[in-house]
Write a protein that binds this ligand. Structure first.
Ligand code: AMP
Ligand code: GLY
Length: 451
């Protein structure tokens, strides 16, 4: 018997949601796709709905009225506001963790305490609600190699200050707790953490609350300028596979971090359903968790979706229905890279918008190249910029150097005034003499032969 085709709603506006909608559209199970609020790219795949991804009652009403069978949460704020709980209360299927489980991202104090309770490797830390107590603690420390973080969601890394000296840490405490730069709520709870060093990595796994199945690690580039310099951004590019990882990396991270997290959340009565994104640092004393996110990464998702072979809709439904198996996640061989193009002066607070964009059709026609929109809109039939990050040229190929070359060919064809992009995505990887190591993929996720 032919099963019913599904109407799917994606919540969010960026390149991540464009990539999710693009992958969802490939599922033979899908009837219609809606994106709230979406962008000019998602409008080509489905129907944009002019409801903010933070308007939880508005989204529940829309999903009920339009017989939405599956809602996929792209962004983190709705999770923190309890969008999953609200949809479930209305009898609507939704992919993402409930509010209590989403504290893994929305409360760093919760996440750090959780990791401590469950022996999940994370930098040593202390939590403070009082400014003077935090200052006194700083005084007692041997040096200022510390990181000061607000516990709540901090936009674009603004809630994290990496310090070399105690004076910098004192200044950060003053900014967050006394000047309340990020607001009253963010001033209430602060974490002072040991500063570690090493390469960073984004690891993703799906979970149905009991079983976790790995996707794969992706590396993103957070700084605006080449050589990892300049201010932090939402992410200027991403790639996979990551060549500098040992062959058993995924299995080890599953054993020491992902599985204990899923088991610990279930044991504490907050089963975690959705995608778990662990921000990792590869340190001299092993892999450490810098943060958890309860959503897909942006731009990492462009790479994840480009290399995911299996049906995303089926995998998400399996998560929601508590029947996830490794067979739901099949990864293609080869590599993918995404290069983000951003507005002039991004990530400064103000930047021009409404700049005409050209060449996207030429770029998209290149071999292996795809375009995911982040901040675009359509004005009088013309594609224009609408946010700091604008669009990401993404490419797949048999090898990482080739995927990077293809992505940059696409960037060459895509134009808007003053476009900024990094020229070193994949940093140094393209100069490798040897082909990238693909052996870290788990054989259980059905990888083809690496070429
Ligand atoms: P987070 O939002 O906690 O991932 O922090 C944002 C960025 O700050 C990370 O991607 C790291 O580059 C840096 N960072 C956070 N925590 C640490 C730490 N304990 N040691 C060194 N760098 C860190
Ligand atoms: N690219 C990092 C993030 O999505 O948080």
């Amino acid at each position: 018997m032919q099963s019913k085709k599904l109407n799917v709603l994606v919540l969010g506006y960026g390149a991540r949601e464009h990539a999710l909608a693009w992958k969802i559209a490939q599922s033979p199970r899908v009837n219609r796709i809606f994106v709230a609020p979406g962008n000019a790219g998602t409008a080509e795949i489905g129907t944009n709905v002019p409801i903010s991804d933070e308007d939880v009652p508005g989204l529940v009403a829309f999903a009920s009225q339009n017989k939405i069978d599956l809602t996929v949460v792209g962004t983190n704020d709705p999770l923190a506001f309890g969008v999953v709980d609200a949809f479930q209360a209305a009898g609507l299927a939704i992919f993402g963790p409930q509010q209590a489980a989403a504290r893994l991202e929305s409360s760093k104090a919760f996440a750090k305490g959780f990791m401590q309770r469950h022996n999940i490797p994370t930098p040593a830390f202390a939590t403070f609600h009082d400014y003077n107590e935090a200052l006194a603690y700083l005084d007692s420390l041997p040096n200022g190699r510390l990181v000061v973080k607000v516990s709540g969601l901090g936009k674009m890394g603004l809630g994290v200050t990496v310090c070399d000296t105690k004076a910098q840490a004192q200044a950060a405490l003053h900014t967050y707790m006394v000047e309340k730069l990020l607001g009253e709520a963010a001033a209430q709870t602060i974490i002072i953490e040991e500063r570690l060093s090493g390469p960073e990595l984004s690891m993703f796994a799906l979970s149905d609350g009991k079983t976790a199945v790995p996707l794969f690690p992706v590396r993103d580039h957070k700084r605006i300028f080449d050589g990892d310099t300049g201010p932090n951004t939402g992410g200027m590019g991403a790639f996979a596979p990551v060549p500098d990882l040992p062959a058993n990396f995924v299995a080890e991270v599953m054993d020491s971090i992902i599985q204990p997290t899923i088991e610990g959340m279930a044991a504490e009565g907050n089963p975690y359903v959705g995608v778990l994104f662990a921000g990792l640092m590869l340190t001299e004393c092993g892999v450490q968790v810098l943060e958890f996110n309860c959503r897909f990464g942006n731009p990492e998702t462009l790479v994840l979706m480009s290399l995911l072979e299996s049906d995303l809709v089926e995998a998400m439904r399996a998560c929601i229905e508590g029947r996830l198996t490794p067979a739901h996640v099949q990864i293609r061989s080869g590599a993918a890279a995404a290069v983000m193009m951003a507005s002039p002066s991004y990530p400064a607070e103000s930047f021009p918008t409404g700049l005409p964009i050209s060449g996207t059709e030429i770029a998209r026609a290149l071999p292996g190249v795809n375009l995911f929109h982040h901040g675009t809109s359509c004005e009088n039939g013309r594609l224009v910029t609408s946010r700091g990050r604008v669009l990401a040229v993404t490419a797949t190929a048999h090898s990482l150097p080739c995927a990077l070359k293809r992505a940059y060919r696409g960037v060459d064809q895509t134009h808007f005034a003053g476009a900024q992009f990094r020229r070193d995505i994949g940093g140094g990887v393209v100069q490798l003499q040897k082909p990238p190591i693909l052996g870290w993929y788990e054989p259980s996720v059905g990888l083809g032969t690496a070429v």
